[in-house]
Design a protein around this ligand. Sequence first.
Ligand code: FEO
Length: 174
Amino acid sequence: MLSKKVEKAINAQINAELWSAYLYLSMSAYCQDKGYSGIANWFAVQFKEEQDHAMIFFNYVVSRGGRVTLAPIDVVPTEWKSALDAFEETLKHEQKVTSLINDLYALATKENDYATQSMLKWFIDEQVEEEENAQDIINNLKMIKDNGYGLYMLDKELAARVYVQAAPLATAAQ
Ligand code: FEO
């Protein structure tokens, strides 16, 4: 049984993950419009991963006998100055998500909710990867600057990213 406080906080996190999904889909649309189809693919994969994150929390609330309540998803930006600008916003956003996950963990600890703490461990590790991925691409884009060939090569590299279902969902489906 989930405490009402934890249930409410996880419902807010479901909304935050769906907002993240919407943000990355918007970035994907922006990149397609600019002709960066590989970068657009990277954001489209990110969009799917965020939906997975929302579903992990959704399934967890259900499995603990809680109630999922979906709230409206706020509007997302639609324009950026450049691909670098979009990735810098991605990093900032992921740092914010990390702090939300940390706050959830702190709440679960305060509530003596060990199951929620255990579930959150996957997200704590995932956030390290999320921030690192965005930082790596920012570093590459800064190195490339206005070099068209460099951008072409990075776009090709990011075109190769494929969606893999998040481990907690893949395990649950077995
Ligand atoms: Fe759901 Fe990108 O963290």
